[in-house]
Write a protein that binds this ligand. Sequence first.
Ligand SMILES: NC(=O)c1ccc[n+]([C@@H]2O[C@H](COP(=O)([O-])OP(=O)(O)OC[C@H]3O[C@@H](n4cnc5c(N)ncnc54)[C@H](OP(=O)(O)O)[C@@H]3O)[C@@H](O)[C@H]2O)c1
Length: 461
Amino acid sequence: MHSLKVEDMFHMAETPLFWVGTFTVASLSLWVLHRLLQGFRIWVLGNGQLLSPKLGRWAVVTGATDGIGKVYAEELARKGFAMMLISRSQDKLDDVARQLEEQYKVETRTIAVDFGLLDIYPKVEAGLAGLEIGVLVNNVGISYPYPEYFLHIPDLDNFITNMINVNMTSVCQMTRLVLPRMVQRSKGVVLNISSASGMYPVPLLTVYSSSKAFVDFFSRGLQEEYKAKGIIVQSVLPFFVATKMTRIRKPTLDKPTPERYVAAELTTIGLQDQTNGYFPHAVMGWLTTVLVPINLVIYFGARMNRAQRTGYLKRRKLRDLGNQSNGKSDRLKSEDSAVVRVPRTAKQHHFLVIPHADNVKTSGEAYEEPRLTCWYGEMLYTCACSAMEANTQWHPLLVTLHSAVEKASGHRFNSLLCNLYMNCKDRIGWHSDEAVLGTQPTIASFSLADMRLFSLCKQSL
Ligand SMILES: NC(=O)c1ccc[n+]([C@@H]2O[C@H](COP(=O)([O-])OP(=O)(O)OC[C@H]3O[C@@H](n4cnc5c(N)ncnc54)[C@H](OP(=O)(O)O)[C@@H]3O)[C@@H](O)[C@H]2O)c1
């Protein structure tokens, strides 16, 4: 009796379940089809024809002398817009203006202002007076010199003011100056360059990330306000692009050149109010906002930035120490050349500077570094990106070795590294620990200042 009831219930539910399943599968299929068609429309067909001087004869680009902004200026000039370029340095503005005039035969004007300041807008307003502006690209933006904890940011007070003024105030103020006449003519495009860092909090780039979230929200709100007036406001959120800001020298598929990025982005205008602008970035945007939980994205962002911070600080320390040594060595050389005779060979250069300091890797990779090894000498000893004070109290054995090599080679050396082994162990700490080494240590190897290839251990010594 009981089993019959259950069977009956299943039987009764069969038809509704069938229709719920069918509806779910159909909805999902339609959704996937819609997304595919939308993707095809945006990333394959594009909307490249939308931007033309019919919107207004002039296009205005802020931060137009480098990176993404410069390429926007080039692309808009190629489309026939007369260009108003706004940036900090007049020389660079003149160069870009001349290049655009020669290459695309368009009229150009420039305004040199520092967007870090608040009193520049009357000057900008005067420069824009009377221009029929069809496109405004709010591109100017600055980031951190390196990822850093909020309270450790150098010159924090000015840093905050500057970043807010450049990244946020400029977007609002430029829009205030340009939008009214676009609204009067019922046409115009405003592109606000936010960043993928504005899609979620990015620890150690917190102020930048927040300022870019502001740009994104400002753009999306403004789009809704002025859509009916015929204005397009687009929020552009790139991931990494190979520019001066990111110091990426080798572009890759996911870190494109500004040229490749901007060419792709321009085809999305009018199709997306908020865009990552470039197909691989759109995939990354989808993965990081839809597929991966936000806490995980924040966690990995923090981890990546902490690693970058550590690497940057190590490189900076090395550079500073190298510079100090350089200065010290030069000083010694000029003050008492009889005592410190720096060899005048081609390799001498490598005693004094760290030419590859920017390429120093932090773990597991081979890299070339000048042998500043002056554990016994006037300069610093570097090992695995750490630097130690020079030990000028040479062990008598080393003094003997040093003079013997100088005599035999005819060269003068102001530094010497010996690997001193005891009990079959080689520890850096022992190098200075002469008392432990005793009076007659075994010398397994020694080298006089030179360039050599280092291969770092995962574990620091
Ligand atoms: N590159 C990326 O990976 C990336 C990713 C996401 C978002 N973005 C955003 O894209 C925009 C452009 O970035 P980018 O990488 O092309 O930067 P960039 O290569 O550093 O170029 C920045 C431009 O802005 C100008 N500028 C900087 N500070 C200024 C100031 N205080 N006043 C006036 N002009 C100033 C620079 O002129 P000077 O030469 O005179 O300094 C330069 O023309 C920024 O808003 C950035 O946040 C970039």
